[in-house]
Design a protein around this ligand. Structure first.
Ligand code: CA
Length: 229
């Protein structure tokens, strides 16, 4: 799952990134309200949720939320706010935010709020997603292969989720690294191959017809035999 963090305090933003990445989320960070608006208008389908600071340069969190909802963008928004008055909470929810956390908050609280909005039916991705013989539970990060539950690491899960969103399509190595690690793709090339090798092993369950194909010089694709013909 990929999150957009919009936060103008670099130290807090870095801290949020670190917390969320250890929980298996890929994250992007922007510090300006207007830049966030432009990014979200163009790329909202890339994000499962937006973590939005209230006080931002150029466009504040409430104005941004109101504008996105008016545009019909339904990506879940969790607001991070320094204000704690009831009136403000109502304003946030009325503007179209899904939830909020009040600073200072614990990492566990923020993660719980994010996971809670992602579980709601309005969230962009189904909680249970089936492609061929593979079923994933996007809230619990569980996978079953031909009816058998196979444990995954968080990174393996994130990789698999990319493929299941677009079965049959080729993902470049760079795309996969960016989706899952959010670092410079080139430094992670070997790490990607190791994870793909492990994922392939985990799909080796009797009765499973799906598989990963290596596309030489490009990347990988997830193949569901029934979907090809
Ligand atoms: Ca701020």
């Amino acid at each position: 799952m990929r999150l957009l963090i919009v936060e103008d305090e670099p130290a807090l933003a870095q801290n949020l990134k670190k917390i969320l990445e250890t929980k298996g989320f890929a994250t992007d960070w922007l510090s300006d309200g207007e830049k966030a608006r432009n990014r979200i208008l163009m790329y909202h389908k890339e994000y499962d949720a937006i973590i939005l600071d209230l006080g931002l340069p150029n466009l504040d969190g409430v104005a941004l939320t109101t504008m996105l909802r008016a545009e019909g963008i339904k990506t879940p928004i969790v607001i991070v706010t320094g204000r704690s008055e009831t009136k403000d909470k109502v304003t946030l929810l009325n503007a179209g935010a899904d939830d909020y956390v009040v600073k200072p908050f614990s990492p566990a609280e923020l993660v719980a709020r994010i996971e809670s909005v992602l579980r709601r039916p309005s969230a962009a991705i189904n909680v249970v997603h089936t492609v061929g013989d593979i079923t994933i539970d996007t809230a619990a990060h569980r996978m079953t292969v031909a009816g058998v539950e196979v444990p995954l690491t968080l990174k393996e899960y994130s990789l698999l989720e990319c493929f299941l969103r677009r079965p049959g399509e080729v993902f470049t190595r760079e795309e996969l690294c960016n989706q899952v690690w959010d670092f410079d793709a080139m430094t992670l090339s070997n790490v990607l191959d190791v994870h793909m090798k492990n994922l392939r092993k985990k799909l080796q369950v009797p009765g499973n017809n799906t598989r990963f194909e290596t596309v030489r010089g490009v990347g990988y694709r997830f193949v569901v035999p029934a979907a090809i013909h």
